[in-house]
Design a protein around this ligand. Structure first.
Ligand SMILES: [Zn+2]
Ligand SMILES: [Zn+2]
Length: 114
């Protein structure tokens, strides 16, 4: 029995199911899986912690990475967000100057609300 619960330091302990008797393997890297945060149903692939966090991180990585959005450097224009007054350093479009611009946070808030 190895004890590595001291490594994270302060992360809340999640309920883990001991699945070591099932001989489960990670569908990503083939590592043996001893514990899972859920009861495995047996009809879908499961992944080890590492592969899981990789999958969460890189959801868009399907072998066809999208190019990053073109950003315009507007730091020299001294623009401020029309809502929260944050300095805006770059924008995904060229500002026309006659409409308010919004920082990324406020922009996503505006989109979400709708
Ligand atoms: Zn894995
Ligand atoms: Zn803002």
């Amino acid at each position: 029995m190895t004890l590595d619960s001291n490594m994270g330091g302060g992360s809340p302990s999640r309920q883990m199911y001991d699945v070591s008797a099932l001989g489960l393997k990670c569908a990503g890297c083939g590592a043996v899986i001893n514990q899972l945060p859920f009861q495995p149903s047996g009809d879908r692939p499961i992944y080890c912690r590492e592969c899981n966090s990789n999958r969460n991180k890189g959801n868009t990585f399907t072998g066809n990475p999208r190019p990053p959005r073109q950003m315009y450097d507007v730091s020299a224009m001294d623009l401020k967000c029309g809502t929260c007054n944050t300095d805006i350093l770059e924008l995904p479009f060229q500002p026309s100057g006659d409409r308010p611009v919004y920082c990324r946070d406020c922009n996503s808030n505006r989109t979400k609300k709708f």
